[in-house]
Design a protein around this ligand. Structure first.
Ligand code: C2E
Ligand code: MG
Ligand code: MG
Ligand code: MG
Length: 286
C-alpha cells in the first residue's frame, strides 16, 4: 500500500471514519474515554544494528483496542486526536508509559534506547522539553536513552522554531530521529542545519531496491548523504532477506522491520535482547 501523506492521508482517514463511525463527535468521545480507561497501550518494535544484529533500541507504537470496533490503527486515530486537540494529552500519556517501561527495563539491566513518536501539536508546544524532563526525572531514566521521532514533513515546518526545539531537546540529552525520510520534500540545506542524530529512511525507499537498480542507487545516495552529515542511518520496514542484504551492503547502520520483529508486548522484549547476535535466517523461521 502506498504511503499517504497530507491531503491523501486525510481522505483515507475520512473514509475510515465513515466506515466506522457515523459522527466524528462519536470518535472523539470514544477517544477521550479510551484515554481515561487505559484502552490505549503501547507495542514496542525492536531495532537492530547491522554490525552484529544486536537489538539496540525499541520504538513505542500506540495501539487502540476499541471494545466494539476492535483494533484501530494509529494511522487513523492519531490524526483524529490531533484534529480534536487531544494529541497533547495522548502524547503525554504515551511518553509517560514509554518512560515508565524504559525504567522497568533499566532495572532489569537492559540499556535499551526507547524511541517515541511526537506529533506536530506536541512538537509545537514550547513547554515540550520541560514536560519531558519532568517525566524522565520522575522515573530516573537517562535522557540519553530516549529518542524523539519527528517526521520529515514536521521538521520542514517553521525552520526557526524547529531548530529551537531541537536544540532544547539535544541540550537536555535526548536524541532526535527524522522519521519517514523520503516521503516529504526536504530542503536539504535547511535539513543539514538541524541538530538531529539519526535518519529513518522510509519503507517506500526500500520497497523495490531489490528489483530496480535506480531504487538501489537512490537508497545508496541518501544513506551516503546522511552518513556524511554524521547521522545514524536507520532503514524502516524491512520484510525480506534480500532487502536486508542490500542495505547491509550499502552500510546502513540499523534496521527495523517485520523480517526481524513485529511490534510486540513489552514483556517480550528482554528475550529479543538476550538473543543478541543471531542469524537473520533463524529469525525468519521463528
Ligand atoms: P512510524 O513512526 O513510521 O512507525 C512505523 C510503522 O511501520 C508502524 O506502524 C510499524 O508497525 C510499521 N512497520 C514496521 N515494520 C514494518 C514492515 O516490515 N512492514 C510494514 N508494512 N510495516 C512495518 P503503526 O504502528 O501502524 O504506526 C503507524 C504510524 O502511526 C507511525 O509510523 C506513526 O507515524 C504513528 N504513530 C504510532 N504511534 C504513535 C504515537 O504514539 N504518537 C504519534 N504521534 N504517532 C504515532
Ligand atoms: Mg516512528
Ligand atoms: Mg516511519
Ligand atoms: Mg509514519
Amino acid at each position: 500500500e502506498a504511503k499517504r501523506t497530507g491531503r491523501g492521508r486525510m481522505v483515507a482517514v475520512s473514509a475510515a471514519l465513515r466506515a466506522q463511525w457515523r459522527d466524528r463527535r462519536d470518535v472523539e468521545g470514544d477517544l477521550r474515554r479510551a484515554m481515561e480507561c487505559n484502552e490505549i497501550t503501547l507495542a514496542y518494535q525492536p531495532r537492530f544494528s547491522t554490525t552484529d544484529l544486536s537489538c539496540v533500541a525499541v520504538e513505542a507504537l500506540a495501539r487502540w483496542t476499541h471494545p466494539e470496533r476492535g483494533s484501530i490503527s494509529p494511522e487513523v486515530f492519531v490524526p483524529i486526536a490531533e484534529q480534536a486537540g487531544l494529541m497533547p494529552l495522548l502524547g503525554a500519556a504515551v511518553f509517560e508509559k514509554a518512560i515508565k517501561q524504559c525504567s522497568i527495563w533499566q532495572r532489569q539491566g537492559l540499556s535499551l534506547s526507547v524511541s517515541v513518536n511526537v506529533s506536530p501539536a506536541e512538537f509545537a508546544d514550547t513547554n515540550l522539553v520541560p514536560r519531558l524532563l519532568t517525566i524522565l526525572k520522575k522515573y530516573r531514566v537517562d535522557p540519553n536513552l530516549v529518542e524523539i521521532e519527528i517526521t520529515e514533513t514536521m521538521a520542514m515546518g517553521d525552520f526557526e522554531s524547529t531548530q529551537e526545539q531541537m536544540i532544547a531537546l539535544r541540550s537536555a540529552g535526548l536524541k532526535i530521529a527524522i522519521d519517514d525520510f523520503g516521503t516529504g520534500y526536504s530542503n536539504l540545506s535547511q535539513l543539514s542545519r538541524l541538530p538531529y542524530t539519526s535518519m529513518k529512511l522510509d519503507r517506500s525507499l526500500i520497497l523495490d531496491i531489490t528489483s530496480r537498480d535506480s531504487s538501489l542507487d537512490i537508497f545508496r545516495a541518501v544513506t551516503g548523504m546522511a552518513k556524511a552529515l554524521g547521522h545514524v542511518t536507520i532503514a524502516e520496514g524491512i520484510e525480506t532477506q534480500e532487502q536486508y542484504d542490500a542495505l547491509a551492503e550499502i552500510g546502513c547502520d540499523e534496521v527495523q522491520g517485520f523480517l526481524f520483529a513485529k511490534p510486540m508486548h513489552p514483556d517480550a522484549i528482554p528475550a529479543v535482547v538476550a538473543r543478541s547476535r543471531f542469524d537473520v535466517a533463524d529469525l525468519k523461521k521463528a
